[in-house]
Write a protein that binds this ligand. Structure first.
Ligand code: 13P
Ligand code: SF4
Length: 319
């Protein structure tokens, strides 16, 4: 019989209490693929930024508990102004979203006045409100291809922007200078070394990775795109994953007979988003019980940001 430790028993008890609160309060828990496994396990939906934004438009719940980072909860609130949206830990920010402010975007817009502004969902509501359309890593190529303009200002992620610009050579893309420190710290040399050790492995990279890693990758896609991509290689056993370590939970769950190796060759050393990991079962339980921390977006900002998000939602995912 498997032995459970007291810590595991505490977690099981917390998980049970959380699900009971979800039922009593007519809530829904949305969790990003980078959340810790135990949080993913108590969620109603686990997905990438796009998938969770879509789930937020579909839910009939009164309360959305967003186990992800602030810009994701804010997006859910913008799409559901009448619902209560909770972020279990206010420390769950995002360095990439913080790399662009309304002031810095304004400066870039003045430099490129006739450019159509495409903004990655990893941004604040204010920045979205100043943009023409949003995109995520799952639809960025289709969004840029679809916009009714030749000249694009792509913000804030430079790695995603460069990758998109290569996929859509018919557009002129000016790229803002932000990045995700979790992905940008990964170097081509690290990935090359792991590849040399595992020459039979498929390399799947997130488009927030640097250009040289993207150039080496067999597949470039969003976090949920990675889960689907593994299914397209039924003969292959090993996969090198160039993104945050939380994704390993869904990958191992879906493909228990395959092996997944993080692209830095070191589990959780660098490919770890400290913001995503601020949310634990303890915080989720408190969030539901005390209805903390409520995410609010000013009405005028929310209305303009919603326009940019809704334009994005009308574009299909990248193939
Ligand atoms: P996805 O939309 O691919 O899940 O990515 C979100 C993110 O924050 C990547 O760092
Ligand atoms: Fe932001 Fe990077 Fe963390 Fe994603 S991994 S939430 S982009 S800091």
């Amino acid at each position: 019989m498997p032995v459970t430790t007291s810590m595991e028993r505490d977690q099981l008890e917390l998980a049970r209490e959380i699900r009971e609160l979800v039922r009593q309060k007519n809530a829904v828990i949305l969790a990003h693929n980078y959340q810790v496994p135990e949080v993913q396990e108590i969620a109603d939906h686990v997905g990438d930024s796009l998938g969770l934004a879509v789930e937020a438009t579909k839910t009939k719940a009164d309360i959305i508990v967003f186990c992800g980072v602030h810009f994701m909860a804010e997006t859910a609130k913008i799409l559901n102004p009448e619902k209560k949206v909770l972020l279990p830990n206010l420390a769950a920010g995002c360095s990439l979203a913080d790399s662009i402010t309304p002031e810095s975007l304004d400066e870039w817009k003045q430099r490129y006045p006739d450019h159509y502004v495409v903004t990655y969902i990893n941004s604040s509501a204010e920045v979205k409100a100043m943009s023409d359309i949003c995109c995520t890593s799952a639809n960025a190529v289709s969004v840029v291809r679809s916009v009714p303009a030749q000249k694009i200002l792509f913000t804030p992620d430079r790695n995603l922007g460069r990758w998109v610009a290569k996929q859509v050579p018919e557009k002129e893309v000016v790229i803002y200078d932000g990045c995700c420190p979790v992905h940008d710290v990964l170097r081509g040399a690290n990935v090359k070394k792991v590849r040399e050790l595992l020459p039979d492995a498929v390399l799947i990279a997130h488009p927030e990775c640097r250009e040289d890693i993207i150039a080496m990758a067999d597949v470039v896609c969003s976090t949920s795109g990675m889960i689907a991509a593994v299914g397209r290689f039924p003969e292959r056993k090993r996969f090198i994953i160039a993104t945050e370590n939380g994704i390993l939970h869904q990958l191992k769950k879906r493909y228990p007979d395959k092996e997944f190796i993080l692209a830095d060759g070191c589990i959780g050393c660098r490919l770890n988003c400290p913001y995503m990991k601020t949310i634990t079962l303890v915080e989720v339980e408190r969030s539901l019980r005390e209805e903390l921390f409520e995410v609010e977006v000013e009405r005028d900002i929310a209305e303009r940001a919603r326009l940019a998000i809704e334009r994005m939602l009308a574009v299909p995912r990248d193939a």
